[in-house]
Ligand binder design. Structure first.
Ligand code: C5P
Length: 235
């Protein structure tokens, strides 16, 4: 079952509310990320809740274990469903975050979908992006996270590697055929994501930047339904 998380990457509560008003009844899960949260904090989260939606708070925590654990503790008070951290923080940081109870679901970023293998080679000539993604995912799951944020293209390999382990796959870098990939590099179509049964796809600009965001979301959902009739989350 594949569910869309619409990324509310806007700068005002007014624009956020216009999107929520337009998408209500069609999209129920929203990402509040760095831009909106930095600008408006908890008010942005409360606004989604007022529309009956759920929130993925995508702040990608990366710091020493105690700092991240305290931040995760604070997110519980915001009533969000899930929160992200970078798996680059190492096992102690991930474990400290995972041990906070109760807490939202913890989703770990492997490698940003805006990065490509060449970006890594400039840091290390023999670095392999797919291997890093696998190692980060394995480490995250072994330390207690609930979901892995990666490119859809990496899901089949990760699934094989994590056989038997419970983990949600959360994939940004989703682009309908014909739409611009913007700054995203490791992209996949929504139809392919549905075929693969990816749990959550995070979609921003193809919906929020469309002349008619509702139509864009509906078209994406229709395409997914045709591609994988039994894989869509009922809403
Ligand atoms: O506009 P677009 O569809 O590219 O938005 C993707 C969203 O997913 C953005 O809000 C971005 O911050 C987020 N994201 C990402 N890559 C990750 C994690 C989150 O693009 N690895």
């Amino acid at each position: 079952m594949t569910q869309i998380i619409a990324a509310l990457d806007v700068d005002t509560l007014l624009k956020q509310e216009e999107l929520l008003e337009r998408l209500k009844g069609t999209i129920t899960f929203y990402k509040v990320g760095l831009r909106l949260f930095t600008a408006h904090g908890k008010r942005a989260i409360d606004l989604v809740h007022r529309y009956g939606g759920e929130v993925f708070l995508d702040l990608k925590f990366l710091d020493i274990p105690q700092t991240v654990a305290h931040a995760v503790h604070e997110t519980q008070k915001l009533g969000v469903k899930s929160v992200s951290l970078h798996l680059w923080g190492g096992p102690a940081m991930i474990r400290a975050a995972a041990e906070i109870q109760p807490r939202p679901k913890l989703w770990g970023v492997t490698m940003l979908t805006s990065m490509e293998p060449g970006d890594l080679r400039s840091l290390h000539p023999r670095a392999s992006l797919p291997t890093l993604v696998k190692n980060l995912a394995r480490q995250g799951i072994s330390q207690g996270i609930d979901g892995i944020i990666c490119s859809g293209n990496e899901v089949p390999g990760l699934r094989k590697m994590l056989r038997g382990k419970e983990a949600s796959f959360v994939c940004p870098g989703i682009r309908p055929v014909g739409s611009s990939s913007d700054d995203q590099k490791r992209v996949m179509t929504p139809e392919k994501a549905a075929e693969l049964g990816i749990h959550y796809i995070v979609i921003g600009r193809p919906i929020t930047g469309a002349p008619d965001p509702l139509k864009a979301a509906q078209d994406i959902l229709t395409g997914m339904k045709h591609a994988a009739p039994h894989s869509l989350e009922a809403r």
